[in-house]
Design a protein around this ligand. Structure first.
Ligand SMILES: Nc1ncnc2c1ncn2[C@@H]1O[C@H](COP(=O)(O)OP(=O)(O)O)[C@@H](O)[C@H]1O
Ligand SMILES: [Mg+2]
Length: 352
């Protein structure tokens, strides 16, 4: 696949506060790319730089090999879908969708089939004459989508577009978004702070924190091989423990040594040890590496979520077998389920 958009060494500050720091990013043609990170980390600012609503202090925005850093928004082959749909309340569905083409003075006989095509795409044929205020939130979101796509942008920027919808509707719209993106074959750059949404929808995910790209990868890469404790914590619930990596395959945490599969750290380097709740096994005393007491046990639908307190830490554990509160249990962690992370490592750091 070809690179479509490139951000090169982008730096952006507001009021002397650096909001984006050395952003380097290549976006492929027709991919579903998600920018994931906590509120205030700079996600919207990246979209606005790509859309042309903001210009960087340093660095370049490249589109199909051309430097478009100084190109105004309306000349970019990019459209944006915001969380607030901002439909025109006094116009009906047809006129809302047709709006972008009328501004461009496209003849009405050309507009009609294109509006129909868009309404078919978002599953709202027959709604042409409805007032937009008579529609549900999900339907309004679909109309906003049709309106953003009718100009046939090469790239659609989506800024937390599902944020205002309730959970059920959100799930429905997620699959709709994916279908529409595949059907049109265009690039989606999607912003969310919801890690589950990012994992379900994306071809690739960029995890951003405080204006710095932490990691870029497929959902599976990011879930299975988080680069640091921030990503591990943000992507899923994890146990994150302070550890010391003594030498290759030998780490200590929770007051004892464990065999692990990691290598190439400094001798006795302080590290973050990440262990997923589903990877802590409850075992008989003979096999146990750690011992603890069950503090809580809640049924979550498919598994039980337990807190087990050991002498040093509290472990979050997912298990299909419930335990009594107060029960003493043994814990065991397989070497390959102990993930050792260098403190503060981010995407692009040289391997030692
Ligand atoms: N126009 C602006 N003027 C001043 N500060 C801004 C402006 N836009 C964004 N910021 C600040 O930049 C930071 C990143 O904002 P934003 O990109 O909107 O984050 P996100 O979308 O990840 O929540 C925040 O601290 C925000 O307050
Ligand atoms: Mg935002």
């Amino acid at each position: 696949m070809a690179t479509q958009i490139e951000l090169r060494d982008i730096v952006k500050s507001f009021d002397n506060h650096r909001v984006l720091d050395q952003i380097n990013l290549e976006i492929e043609e027709d991919e579903f790319l998600t920018i994931l990170g906590p509120s205030g980390c700079g996600k919207t600012t990246i979209l606005r730089l790509i859309g042309g609503f903001e210009s960087p202090d340093r660095g370049q925005v490249i589109f199909d090999g051309q430097d478009i850093t100084g190109l105004p928004a309306y000349k970019r082959p990019v459209n944006t879908l915001f969380q607030k749909y901002s439909l025109f309340p006094h116009l009906n569905v047809y006129d809302n969708v047709a709006f972008g083409l009328r501004i461009k003075k496209i003849p009405e006989n050309e507009i009609k089939p294109r509006v129909e095509e868009m309404l078919r795409l978002v599953n709202l044929r027959g709604f042409e004459n409805r007032g937009v205020e008579s529609l549900s939130g999900g339907q309004q979101q679909r109309i906003a989508m049709a309106r953003a796509l009718i100009n046939r942008p090469e790239v659609l920027l989506l800024d937390e577009p599902l944020g205002a919808l309730d959970l059920k509707l959100r799930k429905d719209m997620q699959s709709e978004l994916k279908r529409i993106q595949k059907e049109l074959g265009i690039t989606f750059i999607f912003v969310t702070h919801d890690q589950e949404e990012a994992l379900t929808l994306s071809d690739r995910i960029i995890v951003l924190n405080e204006g710095v790209i932490q990691q870029i990868g497929t959902p599976i890469d990011i879930y299975n091989e988080p680069i640091n404790s921030f990503v591990a914590d943000f992507i899923g619930e994890s146990n994150i423990l302070e550890g010391i990596m003594h030498r290759d395959y030998d780490v200590s945490f929770s007051g004892r040594n464990f065999v692990c599969v990691d290598e190439d750290f400094y001798p006795d380097e302080a590290v973050d040890v990440v262990i997923r709740p589903e990877d802590v096994e409850i075992v008989s005393n003979g096999k146990a590496q750690l011992h603890g007491q069950v503090v809580s046990c809640i049924f979550m639908g498919v598994h039980y979520e337990m807190l087990v307190s050991t002498d040093h830490e509290e472990y979050l554990i997912h298990s299909t077998v419930p335990r009594e509160i107060g029960e003493r249990v043994g814990l065991f962690i397989e070497p390959e389920n102990i993930h050792i992370m260098r403190k503060g490592e981010v995407e692009g750091d040289e391997d030692l």
